[in-house]
Design a protein around this ligand. Structure first.
Ligand code: DGL
Length: 265
């Protein structure tokens, strides 16, 4: 069991920000990544649809023989994590939200917290509820649906991007938030421009590193940590657009993408 791969899925390629951190922290582990590029984005879909897609994604990863599932998508974590945990009791299933909430609990948070994400994530209220229960601070959620295509197109340093950032984040700036949670796996790519907009005065947190840290703990606690002495590899699977994969994926992770496969439904 220990030498099986870690299964990671996302609606598309944003989850590769999580894979990047898993590779840094757990270099000897093999990873199987599934990006549902045929059905991305999940962020504008209903919870029922996201749950159904997520269940199929987990079944695919299990068919590849994985030892743990990482739901590297905030939209899927916020709407489907509990359902997935109840449906697949045979292996650990973890998401990207509680690792951030646990991190926030480590140090005092001096003022209101902003959370940005897709419509599905913000409308689920999961971040807002978990953070305000844990910290007793005001939490303000703002959906930023245009950030996903901007990240995928690599348009993070354009002047119109700054205008969109301002349009979405103005209310949070007015509220003097102390911390901003980047609650979408695509958003780390926009960190610089968001930091510029807040003039470096707001602490920006994204889940990629904290999820990898939580995964390490889950593997150790469940005696699933690989004993391999050599570096592991990543196998990439997508449900569509194999041709466009490399140019978009390389914005999220540096790899030669030697093991890239199309999953036919
Ligand atoms: N990966 C999704 C998330 O983290 C963003 C893209 C989508 O809407 O599917 O919420």
């Amino acid at each position: 069991m220990r030498e099986k791969a870690i299964g990671v899925f996302d609606s598309g390629l944003g989850g590769l920000t999580v894979v990047n951190e898993i590779r840094n922290l757990l270099p000897n582990e093999n990873i199987i990544y599934f990006g549902d590029t045929a059905r991305v984005p999940y962020g504008n879909k209903s919870p029922k649809t996201i749950r159904a897609y997520s269940e199929e994604n987990v079944r695919f990863l299990l068919s590849q023989g994985v030892k743990v599932i990482v739901v590297a998508c905030n939209s899927a974590t916020s709407t489907a994590l509990d359902f997935l945990k109840n449906t697949f009791k045979e292996i650990p299933v973890l998401g990207v939200i509680s690792p951030i909430v646990d991190e926030l609990k480590r140090e005092p948070v001096p003022g209101p917290v902003g959370v940005i994400g897709t419509r599905a994530t913000i409308n689920s209220n999961v971040y807002q509820t978990e953070i305000s229960n844990a910290l007793n601070v005001e939490v303000l959620g703002v959906p930023c649906p245009l950030f996903v295509p901007i990240a995928e197109e690599g348009l993070f340093d354009r002047s119109f991007t700054l205008s969109i950032v301002e349009e979405y984040l103005f209310a949070l700036k007015e509220k003097n938030i102390s911390t901003l949670v980047l609650g979408c796996t695509h958003y780390p790519i926009l960190k610089r421009i968001i930091d510029f907009y807040f003039e470096g005065k707001v602490k920006l947190l994204d889940s990629a590193y904290y999820t990898a840290r939580e995964l390490k703990k889950v593997l150790i606690d469940n005696e699933l940590r690989s004993f391999a002495k050599t570096n592991g590899s990543v196998s990439y699977f997508v449900s569509d657009n194999l041709e466009g994969f490399e140019s978009v994926a390389s914005r999220f992770i540096s790899d030669s993408f030697e093991n890239l496969n199309l999953v036919k439904n």
